[in-house]
Design a protein around this ligand. Sequence first.
Ligand SMILES: [Zn+2]
Ligand SMILES: [Zn+2]
Length: 148
Amino acid sequence: MSEGILREGRCLCGEVRISTRALGGEISACYCDNCLRWSGSVQMGIEVPRDAVTVTGPVKTHRSSHLAERAWCDTCGSALWFAYVEGPDAGYFEIAPGLFKNAGDARLTHIVYSDREPTGWHMGGDLDRMPEKYYQKNFPFLSEGDTP
Ligand SMILES: [Zn+2]
Ligand SMILES: [Zn+2]
């Protein structure tokens, strides 16, 4: 694996520490029902291979569907990551940008389930917006109506 910049993140209380040299440069946001409920607003993630991440501290996970799990700090509740547990992306975390200083220098590039954006807010800018149908076509392991 190439030697990228060492990125060190932590949760609100500091008990969970995360470090990696493989943090991606792109942030994705998701408006699926599960992400809205879990995050309370917008769930964002930066892709990083699971085996390139070192995590210490009291991590809990919740299997939010048959497709995915979500992790948080058991002390302070900070969201840590979303991860598919099956399919082609199962080897990756979508790690929470806010754990890292300046979001790990990553940039918001795309929104998935963009057609489910609540009518009361809008994230503007030049973003790649993938509605549910398009997203599910590109991730064929998701079936119609599935929410990760
Ligand atoms: Zn914590
Ligand atoms: Zn989602």
